[in-house]
Write a protein that binds this ligand. Sequence first.
Ligand code: GLY
Length: 561
Amino acid sequence: MKKYLLFVLLVAQCFSAQFTDINVVKEIRTHRKGMVVSAHPLASEAGAKILRAGGNAFDAAVATQYALAVVYPQAGNIGGGGFLVGVKNNGEKFTLDYRETAPSKATSNMYLDKTGKADTDLSQNGRLAVGVPGSVAGFYATLKHCKLPMSQLIQPAIDLAEKGFSITSREAKLLNTHKEDFLKHSIIASAFVSTDQWKAGDLLVQKDLAATLKRIQKDGMNGFYGGETAAMIVAEMRKGNGIITLDDLKNYKVVERKPLLFQYKGNDIVSMPLPSSGGVLLAQMLKMSSFENLEKYQQNSAKAVQIMVEAERRAFADRAEFMGDPAFIEDKTAMLISDEYLKNRWKSYRPDLATPSSQLGKIIKQPKESTETTHISILDKEGNAVSITTTLNGLYGSKVVVAGAGFFLNNEMDDFSIKPGVPNMFGAVGGEANKIEPGKRMLSSMTPTIILKNGKPFIIVGTPGGTTIPTSVYQSVVDIVDFKLTPNMTVNAPKFHHQWLPDAISVEKNFPENTIAELEKLNYRFDRISQIGRTEMIAIDENGVVTGVADGRGDDSVASE
Ligand code: GLY
C-alpha cells in the first residue's frame, strides 16, 4: 500500500478532443509533490513548471496568475484584483489584499440618474464600472515570499501571449457570445474579436498583452502603474466616461492583513477577512450549523440542506448590514463570529419550517446567475500552501480592453452597494457599510481558504461564483470535515445556495429531487440554475498523499511538479 502511494497516480479524465495541444487533467494523486489546480490547463502547467524549476508555492502562484491573465481572459487578469491566503511551512499565516479600490473621483451617487434611480448598466459595463486594479501590485507583494525573480515568473505568460495558444470550445463560445460587447466597449478591435466565429483549436495571439507583460518584466511595478501602460489606461478612460487617473494608479497599495482564523471540529481554518465577507460568512455558517450536529446527516440530504440553508440565510443578512472595507467602517467581525452572538442568531431556527427572509429585511428582486472570478490552489513539496481567488468581477469584467495594452479592465465597482437596497449583479444587497467612497475597497465574497490539521495544510480550497463563493466553500468544508467525503465527491457534487435575498434556494440542475420535494413541504422555494462555482481543491492526508481535484464544470485542470 505504502509503495503504491509513492507512485504518481493520474486518475485523469482527459478531454484531449477539445484541444490541439493541451489536456485537461481532473485529478492527480501523488506523494509529497507540489501541485497547482486552476481554471485552465496551461495556467496550471505554467505554475507546475515553476515548481519544477525550483520555485516554491508563492512563485507558482505568481506565474499561474500571470498565465491565467493570458489563457483565461474572462476572469484571469492583470486588470482586476484578488485575495491571497498563504500558510508557510514555518507556520506563518498571512493574507494579501489586492482588491481594487474606488477611484479618487468616485462618489456615492455616481450610478444614480437624475431621479435617484440606480443605473446598473453603468456600474457593470464600460469605463465607469472600473475600479483601480490591484493584481500586479499583489504579484509584487507576493515576491517577498518567493525564491525566483519576477522576470522568470512572468515569462510563461509572455510566451503564451506572444506565440498564442489553442482555445477550448468553451472559450470560443464565450468569445463569440460577447463579441458585440467587446466592440461596443472598446474603440479598437482587440485580439478577442475575430472576423469569423471563434472555434475550438483556434490560436489566440495577444501581441499587445505580451508587450504590456514585457514592460512589467522590464520596469517592475512601474511597468503597470506608471509609464506607457498607465498612460494607456488613463487614455482608455478618456475615450468614455472613465474616471481613473494616473495618481489613482500610482497610489494603489496592497494591504497585508491578518487572516481570519477560527477552529472547526479540531481543524484550524485560515481564510480571508474583510473587505471580503467570505471568511466571516464561512465562520458564521460553520459555527451555526455545528449547533445541530451536522455530522449525523448526509451530503445534500433534506436535513443537512435545511440546516445549512438556514445558516447561509442568517449569515447573508448580516453581510448586508455590517460588512464593508474595514478602513471605512467599524469592523464587527469579532462580534459576528462569536459563539454568544451566533447562538442567539440561531434561536429563530425551526426544524419544521423555513424561516422567511422577510423576518430579517424586505424582499428584493431575483439576482442574475453568474460564475465569474477564478480560483487557484497550490501546494509545494516543502509544505507551503497558497489559496488565491482573483477576479474581473463579471465575465471579461467591464468588457473594456485597454487599447494598445491588450487586457480587460474589471467592473468591480458593481460590488459596492450602488444604492442601499439595490441588488448587485449577484443579487446581493448592501447598505451604508458598503457605499461608494474614494479609495475604498468594495465588499467581496471571495473565500480563499486553507484548513490546517495539527498545524499542517490539510485542505486548500476556493471557487469563483460571486455570492455563491462562501456557500460553496462552506459546503466543501462540511463535506470533508463532517461527511468525510473524498475531494472528488466534494468538488463535483451538485451544489445549493441561499443568500437571504431573494428568499429561494438556488440548486444545480442535477440536485436530488427528493431533497427538493421534502424541503418544499417545509415552505422552501427552489430555483434551478445551470451551475454553481468551480471549486479547485488540494487535500493532503496524514501520510503525505496529495490529491488535487479540478472542478468538472469547466476546463479546470490539475498539474503536478
Ligand atoms: N466580484 C466578486 C467578489 O469579489 O465577490
